[in-house]
Design a protein around this ligand. Structure first.
Ligand SMILES: *Cc1c(COP(=O)(O)O)cnc(C)c1O
Length: 379
């Protein structure tokens, strides 16, 4: 039986032919394809200003800089995310302030955010884990009440909606990722959605060495910009993917429904929120009853791998990494994020998967979990 990975990109022949065309055109770094990709993203997101980057991480970092976040500032975020979310806060010289998650949504617990606000807090940086949107009404109400900027880490939420509006089509700053594992990809890449009236030229200078070019051929540099422009090769892939995003996401949603129908609910597995309206189903994640399972999560992953099924871990609670311990965070600080982060697994979910694949995964999850529970109980 073929190995079933937890995700796999789907690049069609039209896109591959388009990439070949770009390669033959003689213009392979940022150029017309980047402009076209930015325009198409802007249109998809209801006419907002969008600039693309070489990664979602770069888009997040420039988002913080554009929002004026720097030395001495605090940014409130979740500990249950890809480490990029917190690293960028440190990159701009600010301090990440973590708030525990809601164990049901696995996103930042908005009930706990206001208690974490200090006179140094400048921004909220929520994450839509697995593509399940954080409550945007409450989020923006909190930000408004306290005069905070919002940078949405919507890296996993491309194509997701909040009350019928696409994530990224409203709000303050919104960062997206087109990493190979995301719902649409440009191999690597990302985008920043900017609020109305933002200085787009300045955003472009943060993106590329701070360089400003004048009509007379001279140039100037007024800020220490990075090197995070997207190539035309990547942008062409992104254009091909954006055209298929809604189809991809509809397929993901359908497969997610099949997971809910097929998973044995008597085994103590914690399923994700059953949201077929707003989530883009970036991932389908279970929290395992690891305390009662022989060998815990690692034995589960190994047993699934023996059955030729790939399982991901997204993510361990990041405040326990060395870098964040050195900043004063510790085990025990965020019990929900720690418990979920220690027991969460990502099941295979990608558009090309078949219904039979879902059945095979559900059967394997049931068998492996049942065995581990029996063995765990016998000890
Ligand atoms: C993927 C991801 C990022 C970073 O995106 P890259 O394109 O890999 O730099 C940031 N935050 C979250 C939540 C992500 O899933």
């Amino acid at each position: 039986m073929d190995f079933l990975p937890f995700t796999r990109p789907d690049i069609d022949d039209e896109t591959i032919a388009g990439v070949v065309e770009v390669l033959r055109s003689g213009w392979i770094t940022s150029g017309p394809q980047v402009k076209a990709f930015e325009a198409a993203l802007g249109e998809y997101l209801g006419g907002r200003d969008v600039r693309v980057f070489s990664s979602g991480t770069a888009a997040l970092e420039v988002g913080l800089r554009m929002a004026g976040i720097g030395e001495g500032d605090e940014v409130i975020t979740t500990p249950l995310t890809w480490v990029a979310t917190a690293n960028v806060i440190l990159q701009v010289g600010a301090r990440p302030v973590f708030v525990d998650i809601d164990p049901v949504t696995r996103n930042i617990d908005l009930d706990r955010v206001e208690a974490a606000i200090t006179e140094r807090t400048r921004a909220l940086l929520p994450v839509d884990l697995a593509g399940l949107p954080v409550d945007r009404d409450r989020l923006h109400a909190i930000a408004q009440r306290h005069g905070l900027r919002v940078l949405e880490d919507a890296a996993q939420a491309m194509g997701a909606t909040w009350r019928g509006r696409r994530i990224g089509s409203f709000g303050d700053y919104v960062a997206l990722s087109f990493h190979a594992n995301k719902n649409m990809t440009s191999t690597e890449g990302g985008a920043l959605v900017l609020p109305a009236g933002a200085d787009l030229a300045r955003c472009e200078r943060w993106r590329l060495q701070g360089v400003q070019r004048f009509p007379d051929g001279t140039m100037d540099v007024d800020l220490p910009g990075g090197k995070s422009n997207l190539t035309d090769v990547a942008a062409r892939i992104g254009l091909g993917q954006l055209a298929r995003l809604d189809t991809f996401n509809a397929r993901r949603r359908d497969l997610a429904r099949r997971y809910f129908a097929g998973l044995d609910r008597s085994l103590g597995l914690e399923l994700p929120v059953e949201d077929f309206e707003q989530s883009n189903w970036h991932m389908f994640q279970l929290v395992l009853p690891v305390q009662r399972m022989a060998g815990g999560r690692s034995a589960f992953i190994e047993a699934m791998s023996k059955r030729r099924i790939g399982i991901g871990v997204h993510y361990p609670a990041l405040h326990r990494f060395t870098l964040f311990r050195q900043l004063g965070w510790n085990s025990g600080d965020f019990p929900h994020a720690e418990r979920v982060g220690d027991a969460i697994v990502t099941l295979p979910l990608f558009p090309r998967m078949t219904e039979d694949d879902v059945v095979r995964v559900c059967d394997a999850v049931a068998e492996v979990t049942r065995n581990a529970l029996a063995e765990g109980g016998a000890r």
